[in-house]
Write a protein that binds this ligand. Structure first.
Ligand SMILES: Nc1ncnc2c1ncn2[C@@H]1O[C@H](COP(=O)(O)OP(=O)(O)OP(=O)(O)O)[C@@H](O)[C@H]1O
Ligand SMILES: [Mg+2]
Length: 342
């Protein structure tokens, strides 16, 4: 089911508007990540899709069907939250079957379906346990199976992995991807972790302060950020940023350009074809297999993840791979114009 917002805004109890004129279409069958810093409006959008919140203005569609005024029950979404909220006094199989019990599906049928879902999420060897006897990851698997039990129109996941440790988060995000692909259900996944969003999503909606910053595939968000906020939020290490003044002796920038973002991997060993920039190497460190060099350009620190073939303490030249270089105007909008070399 595709999900569409038309000029949706939301104000909580006569207070400030927290979502401003939100317009998007989430394609059917995709996994879409809602990404952004705390307070950006991710959960609010999720609750507007679910019907737990009503839009202050604008329209919401599921496919051709306008659902703006419909209740959560009528919309038939499945939801999973950060705190698993399983029923503690029910076994795994009963937890998964519960929504079907409420919908008065007959017992034999719902147990068959619950077992299928348990197999899908790989808790089929835990059916008689109670939630307190499960690990965090297993509890989230059960919560996902329960959310899928009523064949939801859309599956909504609000930071489902944030209570898990780092390694389990990685494992579970792959699991969510697999389950989403096996079921084909349109899924909206909220996270504030850019790497998580980059790894699982078909499309990412990046939000800040109740505005959509960009909706794009993970790769194009990284390669062609719409603005400075997007370029900073996506990518690790964080993009290097300096004033265009620092490189005026090497490049010609469009008149309105004020700052330049340089990805860590775009700082490369000096080569004959590219303009060269004078830097001092502050230090070089190896983290596992990742190499990081701290460079100083007129006293501004830049992080490079390539071997720039200079030793710490040495002054020398580096070049830029222009595909990882973005220029921005004063308002932070990315300028697409080519930077020219002097
Ligand atoms: N029930 C509420 N009443 C009033 N304001 C609220 C309410 N819930 C959220 N807000 C405000 O709406 C804005 C968006 O909140 P929202 O919960 O959607 O952010 P979020 O992106 O999910 O953040 P987080 O990553 O912290 O979960 C915030 O400024 C928040 O203070
Ligand atoms: Mg939230």
């Amino acid at each position: 089911m595709d999900v569409r917002f038309e000029h949706v805004s939301l104000t909580y109890n006569r207070g400030n508007e927290v979502l401003h004129d939100i317009d998007f279409k989430l394609p059917d069958g995709e996994l879409i990540a809602l990404l952004g810093p705390s307070g950006g409006g991710k959960s609010t959008i999720l609750n507007l899709i679910s019907g737990l919140l009503q839009a202050t203005s604008g329209k919401i569609y599921f496919g051709e069907d306008e659902v703006t005024k419909k209740t959560a029950l009528q919309r038939g979404v499945g939801m999973v939250f950060q705190n698993y909220a399983l029923y503690p006094h029910m076994s795994v199989i009963d937890n998964i079957a519960f929504p079907m019990k409420m919908a008065k599906v007959d017992k034999k049928q719902r147990l068959t379906k619950a077992r299928e879902l348990a197999t899908l999420v790989r808790v089929d060897d835990q059916l008689d346990k109670f939630p307190s006897g499960l690990s965090g990851g297993q509890q989230q698997r059960v919560a996902i199976a329960r959310a899928l039990a009523k064949n939801p129109s859309v599956l909504l996941l609000d930071e489902p992995l944030s209570n898990l440790d780092a390694r389990l988060r990685v494992e579970m995000r792959e699991e969510i991807r697999r389950i989403q692909q096996e079921t084909g259900v349109t899924t909206v996944f909220v996270t504030h972790d850019q790497s998580e969003a980059m790894h699982v999503a078909d499309h990412i909606m990046l939000l800040n302060d109740g505005f959509i910053q960009q909706i794009s595939t993970p790769q194009s968000l990284y390669e062609t950020p719409a603005n400075r906020f997007v370029s900073r939020f996506i990518g690790d290490p964080v993009i290097n940023e300096i004033s265009v003044n620092e490189l005026e002796n090497v490049f010609v920038f469009p008149d309105t350009a004020t700052s330049i973002g340089i990805r860590a991997e775009a700082l490369v060993a000096a080569n004959g074809q590219q303009p060269q920039i004078k830097v001092m190497v502050k230090e070089a460190q190896l983290f596992g297999r990742e190499y990081q060099v701290r460079l100083l350009l007129n006293g501004h620190e830049l992080i490079a993840t390539n071997d720039v073939q200079l030793n710490p303490g040495q002054v020398g030249m580096v070049s830029l791979d222009m595909s990882g270089v973005h220029i921005f105007n004063e308002q932070g909008k990315r300028l697409n114009k080519e930077v020219q070399t002097l």
